[in-house]
Design a protein around this ligand. Sequence first.
Ligand code: 6PG
Length: 259
Amino acid sequence: MSEARLFGTWPGEIVVCDTTADLYSRAAEIFVSTFAEAVERRGRATVALSGGGTPRGLYTLLAEPQWREKIEWNRLQVFWGDERFVPPTEQESNFRLANETLLSRVPIPAENVHRFRTESGTAAEVAAAYEREIRSTIPNQEIPAFDLNLLGIGTDAHTASLFPFSPALREENRLVISHYVEQLQAERLTFTVSLINHSRLTLFLVAGPEKAAILAEVLTGKHDSHRLPAQLVRPVGGRLVWLVDAAAGRRIWHISRAE
Ligand code: 6PG
């Protein structure tokens, strides 16, 4: 698997993998190494999973024996960086995606799986409860730091459920919010920028030719975070890695190939 590391002025490290399969293998390596480092330093690891379609390949891979056996699942606390305001059994539930492809296939204790309890109240109540659950699971930090925060990017440059021109982009006090997304005509639940930016490692997974234009604009275009929310992801002290396949990375210049 060859990798191309990109160097430029944009935030973070950009790794271009030849194929989508290479991207998932690389993502699994990063997941496992981040887990191992967190367990060595703090005795456990905390991860916020992303939704949508891209991470399916990673979750499926992590459930396979050669990767599954590298994780002590009882030491992993799993959250979601965003969720649709739907029951956990719905097709569009981010919890359902990760549960079907990964969590139901590995020996992770039920109490380590922290899903948005979308059935337990209004969207605002669910978001507030989730923030409390994060704070009680990752205590004694003004803004809890996840060891790994997985993110995707939409073709409109949204990430998590932070959409262009949304008031949610300017939230500075809360860590988790609910908001009605005009573009979707639907309620969403999401980490705020502040919580995302306190992760120790933020890993974007970007695959497919349909993401090439927006990725180039986000990374090399003018800074316009209101229109391009993914530009708001600038970790405070943590690492930022953009893991992209060649199709998504084809419009980024200055590739310096590292074989
Ligand atoms: C969600 C995700 C969202 C996703 C992007 C990309 O709940 O949909 O958290 O931010 O990462 O929409 O989705 P794809 O991977 O399906 O392109």
